[in-house]
Each structure stands twice: as structure tokens, then as C-alpha cells.
Design a protein around this ligand. Structure first.
Ligand SMILES: Nc1ncnc2c1ncn2[C@@H]1O[C@H](COP(=O)(O)OP(=O)(O)O)[C@@H](O)[C@H]1O
Ligand SMILES: [Mg+2]
Length: 268
């Protein structure tokens, strides 16, 4: 963890300068506008939930936040920097403060690397000395609730839930202040999902990291988000504290999402 101490206490969220600021972001793919002027902030220690149906622009926003894409208009800043321009040794520390947990860990983990090696590789990129890496890998495995023996397994020898924990350990390896999670539980069974969400919550309480947590499932976001934005056709339709949105959604679309997620009519 770098920078000022973070609390994660919801009562103080928003009083600190934002870690991530997206301002008026527009992103087009040829003739298709994926994002049409989206603004959001994530404060230190905060979890911002981003919900919307498939194709609403969630992953595009994640990739902008991570600096993997640049906006056609508008700006993206992480810790005051353009995340797409974090390069070289000098920016390594800042780059490590911004991390990612993808939807499909099987696709993002190198099939030829053992789980422990994948985490060690992230440590190496972050500049952890070779001799310190084994102990750091063991500590990270413990933090994410993985038995030490699993470090020797290849991705194909791990379950979806275990793979996601490896992905979380790899993200934690660089001491992030913000982890962008793009539908991290969508490919998991309900019970495995709940335990991963509990892990993410616990890690936040312990380390004060912030999440931009993306899901098409409002019920999942409700579990851990302090604040929720509803994205539709590349625009923010509604945003507010999770509890308020849950109890009194302003927009019929949000209401429909809630009903789909819970099977109940909001406010009842
Ligand atoms: N690389 C791409 N090239 C062209 N169109 C894309 C590309 N990526 C996403 N899109 C389109 O942009 C829109 C938003 O996609 P995406 O951000 O992946 O949404 P979500 O993650 O909410 O499902 C969709 O209409 C999708 O088809
Ligand atoms: Mg997506």
C-alpha cells in the first residue's frame, strides 16, 4: 500500500481526493458508440458498483480505467495520472497501485505457469527481489484463502473459484489502491460467488483498497458496493448510495434490473 493511510470507513469516503476520475468519457468502436459521456469517481477505500446489461459499455469503461484503451473524448485519471501513459520503471509503483481481476481467469492466467509462478511473476514485475518472492507468494496465498499446496498446480488443475483467488492474489501482489473487477463472479456457482465476495470485502477492510466492481447482477453489487452507477447504452442512467438505489430506484430500467436480480418488486 502506498500513499496516505486509507480507512475504508464509509462515513469518511468522498472526503479524500478521488483515486480514479473518469470525466465525460466517450469511446467509439468504428460506427458504434460504446460510451457516450460517462463520468465517475472512486475514492480511496470505496467500492463503486457498475451495473448494466450486456453491451451497456461496462468492460469498455473497465479498460479505460485501466489505461488499456484511451477515450475519444473526455479524460481518465488515476492518482492524477493518465493510466494509459504509465510506462517504464519510473511509473512502476503507480502502475502497481491499479490492478485488475477479470471475468475469466482461465483466459487471463498463462496455462503454462503454475499458480505460484503466476503470482511470483507479478511480484517480479513490481520489483520484488527474487529471494523475497517465495515468502511473498505464500503470504498472498494465505491472504486469499488458498492452501499453500495449490501454488504448484497449473490453471487446468484448479477450480473456477480457486482460479479467481489466484487472480486476486496476483492483483494484490503489487499493493494496489484500486482493483477493477470486471464481473469476477459471473462464471462461478452461487455459493462460490458468495465466498469470493466475502473475500473481497474482507481484503478491503484489512487493506483499505478501493474497487470498481462491475456486474450485470445488481444482487451481487448490492453485497459490497457503497455506491452504484447504472449504465445503459453507454450512459449513466442513475447513481446513488447502494441502499437508496436498492430501496427506491428512480428509473424504471433500474427497477427492472432489481426485479431480475431479486424476483421482488423494489420497495416491497
Ligand atoms: N473491440 C470492439 N470492437 C467493436 N465493438 C466493440 C468492441 N468491444 C465492445 N464493443 C461493443 O461496444 C459495446 C459495449 O461493449 P462492452 O463494453 O463489452 O459492454 P459490457 O461489458 O457491458 O457487455 C457493445 O455494443 C459491444 O458490442
Ligand atoms: Mg463486459
Amino acid at each position: 500500500m502506498t500513499g496516505t493511510p486509507l480507512t475504508g470507513d464509509p462515513s469518511t469516503l468522498g472526503e479524500q481526493p478521488a483515486l480514479l476520475t473518469v470525466d465525460g468519457a466517450v469511446k467509439r468502436y468504428r460506427d458504434r458508440t460504446a460510451l457516450d459521456g460517462v463520468s465517475l469517481t472512486v475514492a480511496p477505500g470505496e467500492t463503486v458498483g457498475l451495473v448494466g446489461e450486456s453491451g451497456s459499455g461496462k468492460s469498455t469503461l473497465a479498460r479505460l480505467a485501466l489505461g488499456l484503451l484511451t477515450p475519444d473524448a473526455g479524460t481518465v485519471r488515476f492518482a492524477g495520472r493518465d493510466p494509459s501513459r504509465l510506462r517504464g520503471r519510473a511509473d512502476r509503483a503507480v502502475r502497481g497501485r491499479l490492478q485488475f481481476v477479470p471475468q475469466h481467469p482461465r483466459g487471463s492466467l498463462n496455462p503454462g505457469l503454475r499458480a505460484g509462478e503466476a503470482v511470483a511473476f507479478a511480484l517480479r514485475l513490481h520489483g520484488t527481489l527474487r529471494r523475497d518472492r517465495p515468502a511473498a507468494v505464500a503470504r498472498l496465498f494465505e491472504q486469499v484463502g488458498l492452501a499453500p499446496g495449490l501454488a504448484d498446480r497449473y490453471p487446468r488443475e484448479l477450480s473456477g473459484g480457486q482460479l479467481q483467488r489466484v487472480a486476486v492474489a496476483r492483483a494484490l501482489a503489487t499493493g494496489p489502491d484500486l482493483v477493477v473487477c470486471d464481473e469476477p463472479t459471473s462464471a462461478l456457482d452461487r455459493s462460490v460467488q458468495a465466498r469470493l465476495l466475502d473475500l473481497l470485502t474482507e481484503l478491503q477492510q484489512r487493506t483499505g483498497l478501493a474497487y470498481l466492481f462491475i456486474s450485470h447482477d445488481l444482487a451481487v453489487v448490492r453485497h459490497l458496493a457503497h455506491r452504484v452507477l447504472v449504465l445503459r447504452h453507454g450512459r449513466v442512467l442513475e447513481e446513488g448510495p447502494a441502499a437508496e438505489l436498492w430501496d427506491a430506484p428512480a428509473h424504471p430500467y433500474t427497477r427492472a434490473l432489481l426485479e431480475a436480480a431479486t424476483g421482488r418488486t423494489p420497495g416491497t
